[in-house]
Design a protein around this ligand. Structure first.
Ligand SMILES: Cc1cc2nc3c(=O)[nH]c(=O)nc-3n(C[C@H](O)[C@H](O)[C@H](O)COP(=O)(O)OP(=O)(O)OC[C@H]3O[C@@H](n4cnc5c(N)ncnc54)[C@H](O)[C@@H]3O)c2cc1C
Length: 455
């Protein structure tokens, strides 16, 4: 693979002969954008889409951020991301793919029967399993919530159906226990507290967002809970969840305190929805398909591609970047389709996650290394950005990532500076000065030069 870190990744990726039929598995953002990109990049062959959910593609982030204020699903067609009904030849909603067989001649996809009573079926009787053949399959099956074994009676927040069910159960005075102070747990907790619920968040790690941001940055988000009227209990592993109660670990592994709850929500992370592929395709440690920027799956023929939350991407300059975020589902399909059609594959942007939680707007950009430490710019009690910087010579530092809190003006510069695996060298003093635009803290020699990847 030829690599140009700042421009495009030239990949001789197109299956030969050029594909004439594509089946896309999954009707989330990544599946929809794949279909839209196929048409936008000139594919005029047959496109079939299979999706386990019976509803049209919708946006997930508002489910937790606007749980009570946007009760209708935010349909992606209405937001300008494309309409499957216009773009695809066949859409098979409410059907789950159960097996795939791929070789250089194409793919056979086994698809389970449709949900009973779904009138939208256009192919095969609703109660029958199907085998679909296509030149290429794109797997865009997303992720599913982690459900610890034996935890009964807990709700989750992943789909429009989950959101509707929770809305019906949460009102002023409801005792809500959220297990997990990650992105979604924090967002839900804030929304429910604002609705008048009595909310407790329990988290096994010593800080919120510990896995996502590390101890230092995670700890800086902890005071936001009390300010939003949420009780936060960190370092509190849960040993049991049952209807009406959550039990915390006590001393020496014995069951400890029991928290009574009208509603318990587990928000302890997601895992790629790839269980049906185990034994067929190699998976990464977290159960994802390993892909390159053209969506080619490691260990699979060129007729199989993957994108979105179900994929971890090998990014030039960064290594393996775990999937799981909205921006990747939005933007990576363009590279996948380019590779499929023999076009130049654009380099993926910097990893980018956003969140609105507990009264704060957050963005995390980039991929920090273990050697990076926090360089703060802005007001730690107000709007601030934490730059994650590897130590460099003479008052400089190499930027690896940035975390913005209520400082949207730093988000676009961070995304530009870190695009294509770049790790620009900063003047630390200028970078720490919030009045200096971030790009002006980059040392001149590093502004236009080739990106510096990790050693
Ligand atoms: C409540 C919530 C809030 C979020 N907020 C943010 C945020 O603020 N910022 C951010 O960056 N990210 C956020 N995310 C994550 C973001 O929504 C996802 O990264 C994005 O939706 C991924 O899109 P996707 O198409 O890859 O997967 P998904 O949206 O999960 O879609 C995959 C689809 O495939 C279907 N499917 C699964 N298996 C099969 C199968 N075998 N056969 C057929 N169909 C199948 C699924 O049912 C699903 O419809 C949030 C997620 C949730 C749940």
């Amino acid at each position: 693979m030829g690599r140009d870190y700042r421009g495009s990744v030239s990949v001789p990726a197109a299956p030969s002969p050029a594909p004439r039929s594509v089946v896309v598995v999954g009707t989330g953002l990544a599946g929809l954008r794949t279909v839209a990109e196929l048409r936008a990049q000139g594919f005029d062959g047959e496109v079939t889409v299979v999706g386990a959910e019976a509803v049209p593609p919708y946006d997930r982030p508002p489910l937790s951020k606007e749980l009570f204020s946007r009760v209708e699903p935010v349909w992606l067609s209405g937001e300008g991301y494309g309409d499957l009904a216009d773009l695809a030849d066949r859409v098979l909603p409410g059907r789950r793919a159960t097996a795939v067989r791929a070789d250089d001649d194409g793919v056979d996809l086994t698809v389970g029967p449709a949900d009973a009573g779904d009138p939208a079926q256009g192919h095969g009787a609703a109660g029958e399993a199907l085998t679909l053949h296509a030149d290429v399959a794109v797997l865009a099956t997303g992720a599913e919530p982690v459900r610890p074994a034996g935890w009964t009676g807990a709700a989750e927040l992943h789909t429009v159906a989950d959101a509707a069910a929770l809305r019906g159960r949460l009102s002023a005075g409801t005792r809500l226990v959220v297990v997990g102070a990650g992105w979604i747990g924090a967002e839900l907790a804030g929304q429910a507290a604002a609705q008048g619920c009595a909310v407790t968040v329990v988290e096994a790690a010593p800080t919120p967002l510990h896995r996502q941001l590390g101890a230092d940055l995670g700890a800086r988000t902890a005071p936001w809970y009390a300010a939003a009227g949420v009780e936060l209990r960190c370092g509190a592993p849960v040993t049991a969840v049952e209807p009406g109660a959550v039990t915390l670990a006590g001393p020496d592994g014995a069951p400890g305190e029991r928290l009574a709850a009208d509603v318990v929500v587990t928000a302890v992370g997601v895992r790629p929805a790839t269980r049906w592929l185990a034994g067929t395709l190699p998976l990464t440690g977290r159960g994802a398909l390993r892909v390159d920027p053209a969506g080619r799956v490691a260990g699979a023929p060129a007729s199989l591609r993957a994108v979105g939350d179900c994929a971890d991407m090998e990014v030039p300059g960064l290594g393996l970047v775990p999937g799981g975020h909205w921006d990747a589902a939005l933007t990576h399909p363009a590279g996948l389709v380019a590779g499929l059609l023999g076009h130049e594959v654009p380099a993926p942007g910097a990893p980018y996650v956003f969140s609105t939680q507990l009264g704060h707007d957050l963005a995390f950009v980039g991929a920090p290394t273990d050697a990076a430490t926090v360089l703060l710019r802005g007001d730690p009690d107000g709007a601030w950005t934490a730059l994650l910087v590897e130590p460099g010579p003479d008052g400089t530092g190499r930027l690896t990532a940035g975390f913005t809190v209520d400082r949207p003006r730093d988000v676009v510069p961070l995304r530009k500076l870190l695009a294509g695996g770049a790790r620009p060298l900063l003047d630390r003093a200028r970078a720490a000065d919030a009045a200096v635009p971030l790009r002006k803290a980059v040392l001149a020699a590093d502004r236009a030069g080739p990106a510096a990847g990790p050693a």
